[in-house]
Write a protein of this length. Structure first.
Length: 367
């Protein structure tokens, strides 16, 4: 199972490392490898959350996620996205932006860094909404019950997560954004930019999440009502799966923002960046499918909780990085610690349940 799920990741790793050596010599081998590790460490929580969504999709859409989704992740977010950011912020056409990325790497890095406040606001708001909707939902299984139980009661208030997200955005716009970090250690007032980008991130979440939820509800209603309507159910499943797939891609984009920005601390070569982050993205996707097929989320029930708490932490970190620089190691460690904690809590829970079952069997035997 492990080899079957990760075989394409191994192939992409070999091809990516070889391409790096051919492109810029043996020194590029280490750079590409470091970038791949950086991407995996920053996006491990992404894999856990993706698995929670992907397990509701058919095998066909899981394959789409590993094929078309990888192309979008590698060429769209890790290669094209930084170029688009430069084209928009510097008001250049895409051809000139690509030429700038290849010929004047220092200026290209400067333009991407200066666009970070808008990127962080968009991704931060999208991730914050995911976290808020999770903790405000009443769940049968609770990890930190002392916190999640009262929050679930508050979650009965309509649009509470949206209101809180908007408050966070306003506070960010009038605090961190007024002294936004720019290239060279300078600061600039980016309040309007952050506000607009944050609202765009919120709208994106509401539209994509709303459409996926709508078609998922339609599918459930159809399956309950129809007795022989298999064809209609398949059609609705396709639409629901498509918007779920779209949701996953936007989620991946939000997670990739900090990876793309953090990669500039290692290299400003867009080709090496795409190779390294692309290899990492492939492993994240393979890990997602592995978690689904192994039923890991069902066995370790608190993993999804830990991943969503990591998402909430990442959203806050993105907002803070509008003004302050935060090392990528810290960002990665926060996610690893939270997920590791939730995994250990799941193991302890499973041991406790096993001991209870063993005690009940012994009691029956005695009788």
């Amino acid at each position: 199972m492990l080899l079957k799920t990760f075989r394409w990741s191994f192939v992409v790793t070999a091809v990516g490392l070889a391409a790096g050596v051919l492109y810029d010599g043996w020194a590029a081998l280490g750079i590409v490898a470091i970038l791949a590790v950086l991407e995996v460490s920053l996006s491990f929580d992404n894999a856990v959350v993706n698995a929670g969504v992907l397990k509701t999709m058919s095998a066909f859409w899981q394959k789409i996620f590993l094929t078309v989704g990888v192309l979008i992740a590698v060429f769209g977010m890790r290669l094209a996205f930084p170029v688009v950011i430069v084209a928009v912020t510097a008001r250049k056409n895409p051809v000139d932006a690509v030429d700038l990325a290849l010929t004047d790497k220092d200026q290209y890095q400067q333009l991407v860094t200066d666009a970070h406040p808008a990127i962080a606001a968009f991704g931060g708001m999208f991730l914050l909404m995911i976290f808020l909707d999770f903790i405000f939902e009443d769940r049968d299984i609770q990890w930190l019950s002392w916190l999640e139980r009262p929050l679930a009661k508050l979650g009965k208030v309509d649009m509470l997560s949206v209101c809180i997200a908007l408050v966070v955005l306003l506070i960010t716009s009038f605090t961190f954004a007024t002294q936004a970090h720019q290239h060279g250690g300078t600061h600039a007032d980016k309040a309007q930019t952050v506000l607009a980008a944050g609202i765009a991130g919120l709208i994106t979440y509401l539209v994509v999440g709303g459409l996926s939820g709508y078609f998922e509800d339609r599918l459930e209603d159809d399956e309950e009502a129809a007795e022989g309507g298999a064809k209609s159910a398949v059609l609705l499943a396709g639409r629901a799966a498509f918007f779920m797939f779209l949701y996953l891609e936007v989620l991946d984009a939000s997670f990739s923002f900090d990876g793309v920005i953090g990669a500039f601390a290692i290299t400003n070569d867009i080709v090496l960046m795409a190779l390294g982050l692309g290899i990492g993205a492939m492993y994240v996707r393979s890990l997602t499918v592995y978690l689904v097929r192994q039923g890991t989320l069902d066995d370790y029930v608190y993993l999804e909780h830990g991943a969503h708490y990591a998402i909430g932490a990442l959203a806050v970190i993105l907002m803070v990085t509008i003004q302050y620089e935060i090392n990528e190691v810290i960002t990665g460690l926060v996610g690893v610690v939270l997920i590791g904690w939730s995994f250990w809590s799941s193991v302890r829970r499973n041991r406790g349940l096993a001991e209870e079952e063993e005690g009940e069997r012994e009691a029956v035997t005695v009788r």
